[in-house]
Design a protein around this ligand. Structure first.
Ligand code: SAM
Length: 320
C-alpha cells in the first residue's frame, strides 16, 4: 500500500463537494437528477448553496463551450476530470441532447477507494448503468468502465509513472482536443507535482484546455482563517504555498508551457459572467443577508481557464 493514511482527510473532501451539490440541487439552484443517487442530503447554508451554484455553472459553461466550439467540431474529443470524486457531470452531459456525446471519451481519476465506491454505486443503479454503453464491472479491481465513460484509479502525485500509462491503456489519445477539469483538487497536492502534470499536458498533447477551480488569496486574514480551519481537519492547502493569488496561479500555467491562462474569483463571476436573470432567479430561492461575508468568501475561490495553444475559438476578450 503506497498511499498512506495521511491522505484520508483529503480523500474525505469528496463528501463536502457531494453534499454541497446535493443541497444546491434539492433547493433548486441546480438541476441534477443524479447527485442524490451518490449521497445523502445534508442541509447547507444559503452562502454555500450560492457558491456551489456559481462554481458549477461557471465550470459547466466552460465545458459546454469546449464541446460546442470550433476546436471540437466533428471530431472525437476527450474530457479528463482529475480528482472527480462523486461528480455527476458526465451523466448530466448525456442528458443534454444538443451535445454529441458519442464523440466524447470521458475519463475520471481519483484515489482507488473513491473510484471503487463510485463504480459500485453506478453498477448497482439501473438508471445510471443503463446510460453507459457496454458497462463492464471488473470484480478484481472493483472498477467500472464503459465505452465512453472510464474510471481510473491512481494518485495524481504519481502522474507520469502511474496515471499516464493507465489513461493510455483506457484509450486516452494525446492527438485529439482534450479538456482537463480539476475542481477543488490541485490545491491539496504539492505544487511541484501539479506542475509536472501541467508540463506533461502542454508538452505531450496537441491541444488542451484546463478548467480549474480552487482557493486563492492565502495572505489575507480571511484566507489565513480558511487555511487554519482546514488544518484542524488535517487538510493542507499546499498549492497556496507556492501559488497564493490569481496572478501567480495564471503564471504557473505559462511557466509550464501553456500559452494562455485567465482566471476570476467567484465574486467576479457572479457580477460579470452569470446572466443577471440567473442571479435574480437564485436571489428568490434564498435570501443572502451577510453580503460582506459572501464577498469575502467568494473572493477566496476562483475559476481558471488555460489553453496549451492559442485557438481562434477562444478569443482573449472573451476569456478576460
Ligand atoms: N472534483 C470533485 C467535485 O467537485 O465534486 C471532488 C472534489 S473533492 C474536494 C477533491 C477530490 O480530489 C477528492 O475526491 C480526492 O480524493 C481527490 N484527490 C485529492 N488528491 C488526489 C490525488 N493525489 N490523487 C487522486 N485524487 C486526489
Amino acid at each position: 500500500e503506497r498511499i498512506s493514511d495521511s491522505d484520508k482527510p483529503v480523500k474525505d473532501t469528496f463528501q463536502d463537494a457531494l453534499s454541497s451539490r446535493c443541497s444546491a440541487a434539492s433547493k433548486g439552484y441546480l438541476v441534477d437528477p443524479y447527485v442524490s443517487l451518490f449521497g445523502l442530503f445534508q442541509k447547507k447554508t444559503p452562502m454555500i448553496n450560492r457558491g456551489t451554484y456559481i462554481r458549477t455553472r461557471a465550470v459547466d459553461d466552460l465545458v459546454h463551450k469546449f464541446l460546442t466550439s470550433g476546436v471540437t467540431k466533428s471530431q472525437n474529443t476527450q474530457i479528463i476530470s482529475f480528482g472527480a470524486g462523486m461528480d455527476t457531470r458526465y451523466f448530466n452531459l448525456l442528458d443534454d441532447k444538443s451535445l454529441e456525446m458519442d464523440k466524447v471519451s470521458y475519463f475520471e481519476v481519483d484515489f482507488p477507494e473513491i473510484v471503487q465506491q463510485k463504480s459500485q454505486i453506478i453498477s448497482k443503479n439501473p438508471e445510471l448503468n443503463s446510460k453507459l454503453l457496454n458497462p463492464d464491472f471488473d470484480p478484481v479491481s472493483c472498477i467500472l468502465n464503459s465505452q465512453h465513460f472510464k474510471l481510473s484509479a491512481g494518485d495524481l502525485r504519481l502522474f507520469n509513472e502511474e496515471l499516464v500509462p493507465k489513461l493510455i491503456s483506457l484509450g486516452f489519445d494525446s492527438s485529439i482536443p482534450s479538456l482537463f477539469i480539476a475542481e477543488c483538487v490541485f490545491v491539496y497536492i504539492e505544487p511541484e507535482k501539479v506542475d509536472e502534470i501541467l508540463k506533461w499536458i502542454s508538452s505531450s498533447t496537441t491541444f488542451s484546455v484546463m478548467v480549474s477551480y480552487e482557493q486563492v488569496l492565502s495572505n489575507s486574514s480571511f484566507g489565513k482563517m480558511m487555511i487554519s480551519n482546514l488544518q484542524m481537519r488535517g487538510i493542507k492547502l499546499k498549492g497556496l504555498e507556492k501559488y497564493p493569488n490569481l496572478q501567480s496561479q495564471k503564471e504557473r500555467y505559462l511557466r509550464q508551457g501553456w500559452s494562455l491562462a485567465e482566471n476570476k474569483t467567484i465574486w467576479e463571476i457572479e457580477k460579470k459572467v452569470i446572466p443577471p436573470s440567473e442571479i435574480s432567479r437564485i436571489n428568490k430561492i434564498e435570501q443572502l443577508d451577510e453580503i460582506e461575508e459572501w464577498m469575502l468568501l467568494s473572493s477566496h475561490y476562483s475559476v481558471l481557464i488555460a489553453l496549451t495553444h492559442n485557438h481562434s475559438t477562444y478569443s482573449n476578450e472573451e476569456l478576460a
